[in-house]
Design a protein around this ligand. Structure first.
Ligand code: ATP
Ligand code: MG
Length: 383
């Protein structure tokens, strides 16, 4: 398999990302935690509704630089930092929260090019994509204004060293389904189709109720960067996620995103990062092959998962493996991946339903439980 030796170890970034503000949901009310919020997915969240209406109204919103300074309270709160610059928390009137990506000087491009690409991205709205609803392009200051995603990025949730608040198998499948739906929209519903080019767990953001949305789509079109975490020639992407065919040939197509999606799926299944720290340093795509062939499900699936349906897990592993052949045409379309993941979720949900037999609660025999079956103990922890 391919190895990409030209990237520095991004693990040095992780402490910064993990030290971000706690999930907003947790801050506001003690009773609301990440896991609990997910099980109470509300489709009638009034605040979200207001925000969505507002963000649609605010389409094509152009901000002046002094407005950006005001909204971010003079760049007071840094949410994170990536290859294009820092991301700040901001508040608009009516308490609408936003995330503002202020572009570093190395990632800025010509004002006209910026305007053209941003105009294209402003028109794209989908429930599984992070909405860009404003920008600043004034005197060399360039910034993008996004919907604020209160629960941060998926990488933080998967890699955080916490024995509590571990995402359950069902939550992971829901996130995978959401992300696949968002990617399907970019690939198959946008005209012209949009290839993300940098799909990874840090670009999958989570709302208060753990709904996943893909961020930074189209960003590689909007900005250039010579940051060493990105491939600075024709190919763009992040180490561990880059389609080997794209890397070697420079030919980009939708299947490059499918490869990256396969790696994201493997991270959800195994709980391991795309680059496993050494020594020796191993890419997840290289780690997983021998494990799938020679080992049992317990050697592949994240050991922190307390219970999951085996058939659902195997099917998800098969889907992930189907996404990562080194030859692009052997990979499926994302719409197939989306359908398969929905089927995995359905299997998991069906097996979660307790069956009442002669007064005893039992669970499907194809489910693995790593905790004793005690009616007093909840099978899925509440975080
Ligand atoms: N809309 C948003 N809402 C909440 N947090 C966000 C939002 N956008 C970005 N962030 C946070 O800021 C961090 C940095 O984002 P950024 O996109 O700049 O870097 P990255 O995704 O880590 O790497 P890359 O630059 O390669 O995309 C993200 O990991 C995420 O935690
Ligand atoms: Mg990003």
């Amino acid at each position: 398999m391919h190895s990409l030796p030209w990237f520095p170890d991004r693990s040095s970034w992780l402490p910064l990302m993990l030290s971000l503000k706690p999930c907003k949901g947790q801050e506001r009310t003690e009773a609301t935690s990440i896991g609990k919020a997910s099980r109470e997915r509300s489709h009638s969240n009034r605040h979200q509704g207001t925000r969505r209406e507002w963000s649609l109204k605010a389409k094509n919103w152009r901000f002046t630089y002094s407005e950006i300074v005001n909204i971010t309270n003079n760049f007071k709160s840094v949410i994170g930092e990536g290859g294009f610059g820092r991301v700040y928390h901001g508040s608009l009137t009516h308490g609408i929260e936003v995330a503002i990506k202020v572009l570093s000087s190395s990632s800025r491009q010509g004002s006209d090019e910026f305007q053209n690409e941003v105009d294209l991205l402003l028109g794209i709205h989908h429930k599984n994509l992070v909405s860009l609803f404003g920008y600043c392009n004034e005197g060399g200051n360039m910034a993008l204004v996004y919907d604020y995603m209160a629960c941060g990025n998926l990488q933080q949730h998967l890699l955080a060293d916490r024995s509590t608040n571990v995402l359950t198998w069902k939550e992971r499948l829901e996130i995978a389904v959401d992300a696949a739906r968002g990617l399907d929209y970019l690939h198959n519903c946008c005209k012209p189709p949009i290839v993300h080019r940098d799909l990874k767990t840090s670009n999958i953001l989570l709302s208060e109720d753990l709904q996943a949305r893909i961020g930074d789509f189209g960003l590689c079109r909007v900005f250039t960067t010579d940051n060493e975490t990105h491939i600075s020639t024709d190919a763009k992407g992040t180490r561990g996620y880059v389609d080997p065919e794209y890397y070697h040939t420079g030919k980009l197509n939708r299947k490059s995103d499918v490869y990256s999606f396969g790696i994201v799926l493997l991270e959800l299944i195994t709980g391991l990062p795309a680059i496993i720290k050494g020594p020796p340093v191993v890419e997840l795509c290289d780690w997983v092959g021998p494990h799938v062939q020679g080992k049992g499900i317990g050697d592949i699936v994240d050991p922190r998962l307390e219970s999951y349906n085996i058939n659902s897990a195997w099917r998800a592993i098969e889907v992930a493996m189907a996404c990562i052949p080194s030859i692009a045409i052997q990979r499926p379309d994302i719409s197939y991946v989306y359908d398969e993941l929905k089927a995995c979720l359905k299997m998991e949900m069906a097996s979660e339903k307790p069956q009442i037999m002669e007064g005893y609660q039992t669970w499907s025999s194809s489910s693995i439980h790593t905790t004793p079956l005690d009616p007093k103990v909840e099978m899925h922890h509440t975080c």
